[in-house]
Design a protein around this ligand. Sequence first.
Ligand SMILES: C[S@@+](CC[C@H](N)C(=O)[O-])C[C@H]1O[C@@H](n2cnc3c(N)ncnc32)[C@H](O)[C@@H]1O
Length: 275
Amino acid sequence: MSGKTRSRTHLRYSGSKNALLPLLEQPLSNTRIVVEPFAGSLAYGLNWIKQAEPGRRRLRAYEANPLVRLLWRWLRDEATEKRLRHLPAFRPKHKVHFSELRCSDPSDRLCPAEQVLVRLTASGSYTGQLCSALIYPQHSWDFTRLIELLPHARSGIESVGKSYERSLDWARTLTRSQRHRTFWFIDPPYLGTEGHYRYKDIRGNTVDLTTSVDPVRVQRFVKQLISLECPGIITYGDGAEQLMPSLPWQLVTTRSVALIRTGGSKLRGEWGARF
Ligand SMILES: C[S@@+](CC[C@H](N)C(=O)[O-])C[C@H]1O[C@@H](n2cnc3c(N)ncnc32)[C@H](O)[C@@H]1O
């Protein structure tokens, strides 16, 4: 026994629903496919998949951030448990640019998807997720939970598609997957947290996924949500009732969130609505 506590989540991700899983309603029992149009760390879908025999449940994901799409495709198609266990060998002793990470064998390099994984795990997600190129030694490089989920990701993730970048046209993310026995889990970026999903692309350019909320577009999104033939849930933060008043919102829980820039913390409501 190492005596180390196990990491709570499989992937450090801004806005992850991992901590809310016990409180969120589960898909109907006859569901075969869960669709997540705002994939992130896929906490909801993977948790659902792992409760059944491999291959029985499928997950369809869409994500605007190409780096996150790259990571999920690699985890599904190429990653091995052995390789994930080897990653801590790259852990730096001092703050370092992610492209300079080295292990004792100089021919051993991190592939682009591994770089994304390490950046998510070891860099500051709150100042712009995947925006910082610096890796700090103090963060956990424990991939135990991700390793546990790997077989489920391999057998269960059906596809990882692109959602519409740089636009808040969420309605467009709902035009697909109207299939029988499908359940939607919809977790868009909360108002005011858009900057968390900012990232630096391969050329080093900073990309902002969302810049402002357009009420007309949000209205269209909700209208489309209500007319979906498949059931699902949507989650949102405080302001959910004001932004999308026609949905039957319920407070799921309140949590204390750290205020990174100003210090201290504040209470934030987590809301959910069934449709
Ligand atoms: C709240 S997070 C989802 C978190 C996820 N449910 C989890 O448990 O990790 C929202 C996700 O939507 C993505 N996103 C941001 N803007 C978007 C846009 N305009 N269209 C589609 N996806 C977007 C972000 O990259 C982020 O991964």
